[in-house]
Design a protein around this ligand. Structure first.
Ligand code: SF4
Length: 149
């Protein structure tokens, strides 16, 4: 039985990014060998369409550049993602860096100038509260090293 790994759906090649593109990662086949992947896109789960206007965290709110408040959808997406993670017994998650939903440790600062600040995306924040370990596409090696040991 392979352990479950929650994964940002765009990393699997699904074009669910705000701009209708994906963030496919080369290591997907290898990850698939070692883990049972559970793909989720919190923003789509929260009811947002694709493509959609990009949004950034501004404190506890999430807004698009024109000021549209999409906090409700982002929170709904975070809640549904946590529910899926728990139901599927995922103890770890591979999430897309810098996203206002999936980012870990560093995210865009809300000024829409591609400036980063310390902080998590709101889905990652919710996953961490449930003690789910977070990785990003920048530390896939750590995830794979666990399995090759
Ligand atoms: Fe990818 Fe997460 Fe953004 Fe969905 S919300 S497109 S999974 S980074």
């Amino acid at each position: 039985n392979k352990p479950k790994l929650l994964i940002s759906e765009c990393l699997c090649g699904v074009p669910c990014r705000y701009d209708g593109r994906d963030n496919y990662i080369e290591a997907l086949d290898l990850l698939n060998e070692y883990y049972e992947l559970v793909p989720v896109c919190p923003e789509v789960l929260g009811g947002l369409g694709t493509p959609r206007d990009p949004a950034e965290r501004q404190g506890n709110r999430i807004c698009t550049a024109d000021g549209t408040d999409v906090t409700t959808q982002f929170i709904r997406g975070a809640e549904l993602t946590v529910r899926i993670a728990i139901e599927c017994k995922c103890e770890q998650a591979l999430m897309k860096a810098k996203s206002p939903s999936c980012g870990y440790k560093r995210i865009y600062d809300g000024s829409f100038t591609r400036t980063l600040k310390d902080g998590h995306g709101c889905t990652v924040e919710a996953l961490l509260k449930k003690n789910i370990r977070i990785y990003t596409e920048h530390d896939i090696d750590l995830l794979l090293a666990q399995k090759k040991r």
